[in-house]
Design a protein around this ligand. Structure first.
Ligand SMILES: NC(=O)C1=CN([C@@H]2O[C@H](COP(=O)(O)OP(=O)(O)OC[C@H]3O[C@@H](n4cnc5c(N)ncnc54)[C@H](O)[C@@H]3O)[C@@H](O)[C@H]2O)[C@@H](O)CC1
Ligand SMILES: Nc1ncnc2c1ncn2[C@@H]1O[C@H](COP(=O)(O)OP(=O)(O)O)[C@@H](O)[C@H]1O
Ligand SMILES: [K+]
Length: 495
C-alpha cells in the first residue's frame, strides 16, 4: 500500500531511522544527493542556484550544492537568514559547502539555469511573510525551472494549501513517502512531477507509525475486490436497485444503473415512476425496470431481501419524497446516497447519520457544493484544515464512508482510514460522471465488497475508465470503458 505521511509522521519516520542506527546526517546526505541527481537530469543545467532556508530543508540544499559542484556544475548558494544561526545537521551540511554563501537579494534569479528551492519543507510552521515570502515570489516570477526539495516552499505538506506564497516547481524530490500535500490541490499542481527518493529510512517505520492515509491505488483494495467465482451464479454477484426520477430526469439513474451493471452487480433493477418505464426499458436490455410510484411501492419491491443494495439520488429531486424513499430503503440495506439525496438533508447531517445507523453500510458521494449544503453550519467539518481533514470529519459525523469528489477525490471512513485519488483526468469533469461513480460504488457494494474498499475501488475504477475512454469523454462512455479496465484488473488479480 502506498501510505501518505504527514509532516509529524515523517518526523517520526526520521526518528525511527535514527533509533535503528541510521545517522541523521546520512539521511540528509542522501536527500541532498537525490536532489542533485534530479538537477543533473535537467537539460544543460550548468548554472544552478540553490536557495537554502534556516532548517534541515536548507541543509538538504547545502548537500545538493556540494554534490553538484563536485560534479562540475556552476553552483551559487544563497541563504535566507544567518549562517551562524544554523544548527545540527543543517549547520554541518553548510560547513561542508566550501563556496561562498550569498545574500538572496544579490542574486539575479532570472540568470539561473535551474533553481533549487530548499527554503522550507516539512517544518513550515506558519504563513510565509516578509523576506521569506518576497524571495518565494521572486523565485516564482523568475520564470526559471525550479526543483523543490521535499515541497515547494510555502506549501503545507499536511493540507496541500499555500501558506503565504509558493512557487510552481517543475519537479519535487521528496523522501521515503509522499505527504497528503503532494496529492491535495493546489499542492499537487505546484509540485510538478514528484519523485520519491529512498534515503534509507527502513520500511519497518511504517509498522510503528501505522499511517491511516493512502494513495488510492489498487493495492489498497484489491484483496477485497470481488472477482467472479468460477462456480458462481448471478445472485452471488448481488442484486442492486437504482431508484430513478421521472422521465425528464431519468438519464442520471440510467447512468448509475449502467455503472452498477458494468461494475459487476449480478442484477440491476431500476425502480422508477411508471412514466419512466419505457425509457429504462430501452436502455441496456439487461436492466430490469420496475414501477415504483412512491416510498410504499419501494418498500414492497425491497421486501425481497436479495435486493440488498440501493442507490438513491441521481435525478431524484430534493425534498420530502426523496427522504421518504431513503427511509424505505435504508433498514438493513447497503446504500449509496448521491446528488439530490444529499441535498435533501441540507444542513441536517444528523439525519444522514440516522440513515447510516439504520443501514447495513452507507457511502455518500458529494461534490464540494453538495458537501457544503449538507454540512451547512457545521464549522467543525467545514473548517477542518484540509480536504482530507474535512472528509474524515464528515465520515465521523455521519458514521458513513464519505467520497468528497473533485480532481483530488478523498475517500474517508469513520475510523480515520482515508485515500486520495490521483488518477482522474481533468476531462472527467463532465455532466453525469458522478452518477456513473455512484453506480459503480453500488455495483461493488452489491457484490459484498466492504464499504470503504468499495468506495475507494469505485473512485479508482472511475478515473481509470476515464483515462481509458480518453479526451472527448462523455459520461455515457464511462460504463463502456470499464470493460477494458476490468479486463486488465481481472488479469492482474486473477492470474
Ligand atoms: N525524514 C526526514 O524528516 C528528513 C528530513 N529532511 C529535510 O528536513 C526538512 C524538515 O526540516 P525542518 O524540520 O528543519 O524544517 P524546515 O527546514 O522545513 O523548516 C524549519 C525552519 O524554518 C523556519 N520556519 C518555519 N516556517 C517559517 C515561516 N513561515 N517563515 C519563516 N521561517 C519559518 C523554522 O523556524 C525553522 O528554522 C524536510 O523538509 C527535508 O527537506 C532530510 O534532511 C532528510 C530526512
Ligand atoms: N478537475 C477535475 N479533474 C478530475 N476529475 C474531476 C475534476 N472535477 C470533477 N471531477 C470528477 O468528475 C466527477 C463529477 O461528478 P459530479 O460533480 O457529481 O457531476 P455530475 O453531477 O454531473 O455527475 C466526479 O467523479 C469528480 O471527482
Ligand atoms: K522546499
Amino acid at each position: 500500500m502506498h501510505a501518505l505521511l504527514d509532516p509529524q509522521e515523517m518526523a517520526r519516520a526520521d526518528r525511527y531511522a535514527v533509533e535503528t542506527g541510521v545517522a541523521s546526517f546520512t539521511l540528509m546526505e542522501r536527500a541532498g544527493t537525490a536532489v542533485a541527481d534530479a538537477v543533473a537530469r535537467f537539460p544543460l543545467p550548468t548554472r544552478v542556484v540553490v536557495l537554502c532556508g534556516p532548517g534541515n530543508n536548507g541543509g538538504d540544499g547545502f548537500v545538493a550544492a556540494r554534490v553538484l559542484a563536485q560534479r562540475g556544475f556552476r553552483v551559487r548558494v544563497a541563504l535566507l537568514g544567518e549562517a551562524a544561526r544554523l544548527t545540527g545537521d543543517a549547520a554541518k551540511a553548510a560547513a561542508k559547502w566550501r563556496g561562498p554563501v550569498e545574500e538572496p537579494a544579490v542574486l539575479d534569479l532570472t540568470e539561473a539555469g535551474v533553481i533549487v528551492d530548499a527554503l522550507f519543507g516539512a517544518g513550515l510552521a506558519r504563513d510565509l511573510d516578509g523576506a521569506a515570502k518576497a524571495l518565494v515570489q521572486r523565485m516564482a516570477a523568475s520564470g526559471r525551472p525550479i526543483i523543490a526539495v521535499d515541497l515547494p516552499s510555502g506549501l503545507d505538506g499536511a493540507t496541500g494549501k499555500v501558506r503565504g506564497a509558493a512557487a510552481q516547481a517543475k519537479e519535487t524530490v521528496t523522501f521515503f513517502r509522499r505527504k497528503p500535500g503532494h496529492l491535495l490541490e493546489p499542492g499537487r499542481r505546484l509540485c510538478g512531477r514528484v519523485r520519491v527518493a529512498d534515503i534509507g529510512i527502513p520500511e519497518a517505520a511504517l509498522a510503528v507509525i501505522r499511517p491511516q492515509a493512502f494513495v488510492n491505488m489498487p493495492d489498497l483494495w484489491q484483496d477485497a475486490f470481488p472477482l467472479p467465482a468460477a462456480m458462481g451464479h448471478k445472485y452471488d454477484r448481488g442484486h442492486a436497485v437504482v431508484v430513478s426520477g421521472g422521465p425528464w430526469t431519468s438519464g442520471a439513474a440510467h447512468l448509475a444503473a449502467k455503472g452498477a451493471l458494468r461494475a459487476g452487480a449480478g442484477l440491476v433493477t431500476v425502480a422508477c415512476p411508471p412514466a419512466a418505464l419505457p425509457l429504462h426499458a430501452a436502455s441496456y436490455a439487461a436492466l430490469m425496470p420496475r414501477p415504483v410510484a412512491d416510498a410504499a411501492d419501494l418498500a414492497l419491491l425491497l421486501a425481497d431481501r436479495r435486493l440488498g443494495t440501493v442507490v438513491l439520488g441521481p435525478g431524484l429531486g430534493a425534498g420530502a419524497a426523496t427522504r421518504a424513499l431513503i427511509d424505505a430503503a435504508a433498514p438493513g440495506r447497503r446504500l449509496v446516497l448521491d446528488a439530490d439525496a444529499l441535498t435533501s438533508y441540507e444542513g441536517a447531517p444528523w439525519a444522514v447519520a440516522a440513515v447510516a445507523g439504520r443501514s447495513a453500510g452507507l457511502i455518500v458521494t458529494p461534490h464540494e457544493g453538495e458537501f457544503a449544503r449538507l454540512f451547512r453550519g457545521d464549522r467543525e467539518v467545514l473548517e477542518a484544515p484540509s480536504k482530507l481533514a474535512r472528509t474524515r470529519a464528515a465520515a465521523r459525523r455521519l458514521g458513513a464512508v464519505v467520497v468528497l469528489k473533485g480532481p483530488d477525490t478523498v475517500v474517508a471512513a469513520p475510523d480515520g482510514r482515508a485515500a486520495i485519488a490521483e488518477n482522474a483526468p481533468a476531462f472527467l469533469a463532465t455532466a453525469g460522471a458522478g452518477d456513473v461513480l455512484a453506480g459503480i460504488a453500488t455495483g461493488l457494494l452489491a457484490q459484498g465488497m466492504p464499504v470503504f474498499e468499495a468506495a475507494c475501488a469505485a473512485v479508482w475504477l472511475h478515473g481509470a475508465a476515464a483515462c481509458s475512454a480518453g479526451p472527448g469523454l462523455v459520461a455515457d462512455d464511462l460504463p463502456e470503458a470499464l470493460r477494458a479496465v476490468y479486463a486488465e484488473l481481472y488479469e492482474k488479480l486473477g492470474g
